[in-house]
Design a protein around this ligand. Structure first.
Ligand code: UVW
Length: 324
């Protein structure tokens, strides 16, 4: 017995030494346990996009039975709700922009768009969007430090162009129907029990690589009451978000402006869900129009989206689709 106890002590000391040497000992950060190196290697910049394997594409494609397409993107236009001081404007310079003066009298128009193009309207958050202050630097997915990859003209790592095209299984978690309300209340925090209850009602499950999309009903306020829309929002709390992340999903999404409940479970920890997910390589999509999908009770579908290859950008606009 003394031998066995000595072996245990030696094993513990060995593990402690390895952890100390690799810097993993006591690896707590303001955003939970240290999350790097990633399971896809220390140089990986795609995170959960690595879960979108050919097998996952075929799983999603098999859900297409009727050929019905649902557009989930909102129009980009003046008057849409904008977070903080973000802005959007579109103008046609010149009007017409060019008059060729040729025999056929042709004219043409261009547009000039300005705005935080990856972070307004329907927006796909890339892995360079949210990080954590640690020891005087800002640390993102896979431990990449902003001091090393941030430049004024874009991110040299984790730019949204790295995510690639998305074709995966989508699951709509219609908490509005589950709760029997018109829409969830402001600040309502969706719990694990809510998600499990909703999925049981819908007869679907969450699988690795899925796009998990929350119908909160908050989107009904889009361009109807922008002030209320942006003042707070219902969504999953950090407990549910951690539970989802542990299921190796690809992405979270919702019909509100930040996906997660605002304020969340701990108002002193702002957008904690973003921080948890993006740091661990899981993407996020906001400001979706889910009304048609929810009305038709489509809970499982092929989810398709190709983020713009905006090199060094934090996110992408676009028009994701659900196909069943
Ligand atoms: C919020 O609006 C808080 O989230 P995001 O920065 O992703 O738009």
């Amino acid at each position: 017995m003394p031998d066995r106890a000595a072996q245990r002590v030696a094993a513990f000391l060995g593990l402690w030494l390895i952890a100390s040497l690799t810097g993993l000992a006591g690896a707590q950060t303001p955003a939970g346990p240290r999350w790097w190196p990633s399971e896809w290697g220390p140089d990986d910049e795609r995170g959960a996009a690595n879960r979108l394997t050919p097998a996952k594409v075929l799983e999603a494609a098999a859900l297409i039975k009727e050929g019905r397409v649902y557009e989930l993107g909102r129009p980009y236009e003046v008057g849409m709700p904008l977070f903080g001081n973000r802005h959007f404007s579109l103008t046609i310079p010149g009007l017409p922009t060019v008059i060729t003066g040729g025999e056929n009298g042709v004219v043409f128009n261009d547009e000039l768009v300005s705005g935080e193009i990856g972070q307004i309207g329907t927006q796909f958050d890339g892995l360079g969007h949210v990080g954590t202050e640690i020891d005087g630097d800002y640390v993102f997915y896979n431990g990449f430090k902003l001091s090393e990859f941030g430049t004024s003209y874009g991110l040299t790592k984790l730019g949204v162009e790295k995510a690639g095209a998305i074709f995966t299984r989508g699951v709509l978690v219609d908490v509005v129907r589950y709760k029997g309300v018109e829409r969830l209340g402001p600040e309502y925090i969706i719990t694990i029990e809510d998600i499990e209850g909703t999925l049981a009602m819908e007869g679907v499950e969450i699988r690795p690589g899925d796009a998990v999309i929350f119908h909160t009903g908050w989107g009904q306020l889009w361009k109807v009451d922008n002030e209320t829309f942006g003042a707070s929002e219902p969504g999953p709390g950090i407990t549910a978000i951690k539970w989802l992340a542990a299921q190796d999903i690809f992405m979270t999404a919702a019909d509100n402006y930040a996906m997660e409940a605002i304020p969340g479970e701990n108002p002193a920890r702002s957008i904690e869900g973003h921080q948890w997910l993006l740091s661990r390589g899981i993407y996020n999509l906001e400001n979706l129009d889910l009304s048609a999908l929810a009305a038709d009770r489509v809970y499982e579908f092929a989810f398709i989206f190709s983020p713009l290859k905006l090199v060094g950008a934090t996110g992408s606009p676009g028009n994701p689709i659900a196909v069943r």
